[in-house]
Design a protein around this ligand. Structure first.
Ligand SMILES: NC(=O)c1ccc[n+]([C@@H]2O[C@H](COP(=O)([O-])OP(=O)(O)OC[C@H]3O[C@@H](n4cnc5c(N)ncnc54)[C@H](O)[C@@H]3O)[C@@H](O)[C@H]2O)c1
Length: 324
């Protein structure tokens, strides 16, 4: 089996590649795994260092929006797992062009390439942010899409294109929509690595608005395990939510990080809220649990402690990223 992983040098993609090549999913052992990555600011060779010597891995630097590179890499592929994206909401507020280009045009280019090469399966990795914000309850997969940020809108657009390739061409496309991920190798612009590294260095952490926005935290290992289940057993044309089952306000999250790093409330610096900041995300994971046996394994308490320990032990990974 040959697997093509786009965005495999980013946070979640590289966790997936390390897990697959590390033999974490018995029965899901490709003969060849190709990472196609543009190596934007978020892509990093160091993320693949633990598996760099694995003979099954081939890393291709290329843009998913480039039909020539996609045409070159698709033939012979059995499965595409599509992570590549511009992923940071704040950057999409500052400027949305790259988000539409990579997330929408890039996804369409990949789907077209996969169609022409008759690729067996295509997993499109998306986000719960496509649903908007929910005050109570949780979103099932058929909830209407109401994305609020340019990032979320670009992901919702790509979801619809992925769905359309299934409906129109009968392609075996599945879509996953996950909640907020955390864990090792996450670029230190995202809230958990930003806060952890700031706290370890004696700096303050910027807390948006009243700090009461709620997120469901999902350890990246659980997310990747869920993607692997969908890649193997997901039904064509279906959407699967993937969540961690732990909802925290940003203030709760910050308090836990203060406690783990031995800092106090004076390290919190309230800042003006993000524009159109979604109040609460909550995914219903009944479908993937019942159909594919998905269960998150990493409790948030242990997951946060392990994550803080990883950033403490891997300064050489994140210091250059923060400095740059
Ligand atoms: N991080 C989260 O909490 C989260 C939550 C929900 C969904 N997602 C989705 O999961 C996927 C992976 O997210 P992440 O956090 O690992 O992102 P990331 O920003 O850490 O990594 C993105 C990767 O894609 C690559 N890339 C960007 N543009 C590219 C292009 N045009 N061509 C080829 N490669 C390109 C980057 O170099 C990088 O390696 C994304 O699709 C994102 O929307 C992430």
């Amino acid at each position: 089996m040959r697997v093509l992983v786009t965005g495999g040098a980013g946070f979640i993609g590289s966790n997936f590649v390390r897990a697959v090549l590390g033999g974490r999913y018995p029965g899901f052992e490709p003969d060849e795994l190709v990472v196609l990555d543009k190596f934007t600011y978020a892509g990093n060779r160091a993320n693949l260092a633990p598996v760099a010597e694995d003979e099954r891995l081939r890393v291709v630097r290329g843009d998913i929006c480039d039909p020539a590179i996609v045409k070159q890499e698709m033939p012979g592929t059995d499965l595409v797992v599509h992570f590549a994206a511009e992923s940071h909401v704040d950057r999409s507020i500052a400027g949305a062009a790259e988000f539409v280009q990579t997330n929408v045009v890039g996804t369409q280019t990949l789907l077209q390439g996969a169609l022409e090469a008759e690729v067996g399966r295509f997993v499109h990795v998306s986000t719960d942010e496509v649903y908007g914000s929910i005050d109570e309850g949780s979103w099932p997969e058929d909830h209407p899409l109401a994305p609020n940020s340019p990032y979320a809108a670009s992901k919702a657009s790509s979801d619809l294109i992925a769905r359309a390739f299934h409906i129109t061409h009968g392609m075996h496309v599945s879509i996953t929509r996950c909640s907020n991920n955390y864990g090792p190798y996450q670029y230190p612009e995202k809230v958990i690595p930003l806060f952890v590294t700031n706290l370890m260095d004696g700096h303050q952490v910027p807390l948006y608005g009243d700090g009461l926005n709620v997120r469901d935290w999902l350890h990246v290992d659980d997310h990747c395990a869920g993607i692997q289940l969908v890649a193997r057993h997901g039904r064509p044309g279906e959407v699967y939510n993937i969540g961690g089952g732990t909802e925290l306000t940003n203030r709760d999250l910050t308090t836990r990080l203060l406690e783990i790093t031995g800092r106090d409330e004076s390290a919190i610096r309230p800042v003006a809220d993000r524009k159109a900041h979604d109040r609460r995300y909550s995914v219903d994971i009944t479908k993937i649990s019942a159909e594919l046996g998905y269960r998150p394994q990493v409790g948030v308490e242990q997951g946060l402690r392990d994550t803080v320990a990883w950033y403490r032990d891997n300064r050489s990974w994140w210091e250059p990223l923060k400095a740059g």
